[in-house]
Design a protein around this ligand. Sequence first.
Ligand SMILES: [Zn+2]
Length: 453
Amino acid sequence: MADRIVLRGGYVITMDPELGDVPGGDVLIEGDRIAQVAPKIETDAEVIDVSGDVVIPGFVDTHRHTWEAAIRGCAPDATLDDYFVEVLDTFAPLYRPDDVYASNLAGALECINAGITTLVDWSHINNTPEHPDAAIRGLQEAGIRAVYAYGSANLSLSDYWFESKIAIPRQDVERVKKTYFSSEDQLLTLALATRGPGFCVDDVVREEWRMARELGIPITVHVGMGRLAGRWNMVKLLDNLGLLGSDTTYIHCCYFSDEEWRLVADSGGTVSIAPQVEMQMGHGWPPVAKAIEFGLRPSLSIDVVTTVPGDMFTQMRCSFAGERYRVNAAAWESNTPVPDTILTARDMLRIATINGAHVAGLEQRTGSLTPGKQADVVVIDGTGVATAPVIDPVATVVLCADTSNVDTVIIGGKVHKRDGKLLADWESARRRVEASRDYLLQAREAKRRQRTP
Ligand SMILES: [Zn+2]
């Protein structure tokens, strides 16, 4: 008999259009799956009492460079241009496989602690073949559901960005696929983290897109952001190369023309928006409402913890406030009422959960509390100092709670956080990522001294 857990008596927001919300409801988990969601389930399963709490599907972060956990907060004032120099050209070449492992373990635990149960790990730190092994080991040990997106090395800006002539090594992607991704039925799946036109010469772009398609893995690419790539019309360029497809996630999309939005929507592509990074670092406007206008189902992502917080509450609120500011400002200008298409708190929760699963290509498996799906479940404490008293449970999650209110986290039926505490050995993960930070800071200093004798 599979392990059985029942979450008893919470306000259940399923994000399943058929099931809706179940106030004072029970969620029965059998093995790795959700078995039933109903007002009262008779069962002898192990009980977790969640009365007064809010039960939601786990958040889905559709793009994060998890390898940067060891250099958390190193670039608070960076623009995107600064980031290329301070992070990609300075720290990335110094990374040893151990630094990637320490970061991915700590970064994935950070996700779980914050109620993010699915992560797209955009891993452009594959400086040697040992680097992807280390990244995958970190994700595996944390126990998170993740799409491991295999990216390029980052040994210098001139070799790997801006007209790069070096493609992701197909042989190693094939090795990684064979070694770690032979089964479909596991927490980790594989994608290709490509750089795209402008960042690579066309031959490399063609080669990487062909590689992903021949290997049958999805593509994820940064497009249309910042002072440089924001002007390149990358989606148009991809279209000219005949490469658009429904297997591709487009990240940021801040400076898309309407034509580019239509090309993405018509080709069945998906969208990942990182609002805090985009607003703060100069990528451009986080186009959540724009994506919806074109019939897309946008998702949210964290991107870089070098510069922004690693939780989904920040992203939901940044985008919610930003979009509502924009719509309200337009209504003020035209002196007309605010249209009822303005984003709601429930829209934000949908975007952070089920839309994320859609974008990660995992909607059949996760993103809603639908019986038969994997049991990726988060309990938000409704009795906390910031969350009590609960009136509107969606508001509790989207507007009141923060990571400290994430009480319980379950991934594929396995409990990873309980009573507000991670069950993993965080102390050892922390010591490891701190040692990695020490090494990386020292190595950066040594490099600086070498440059300025
Ligand atoms: Zn990114």
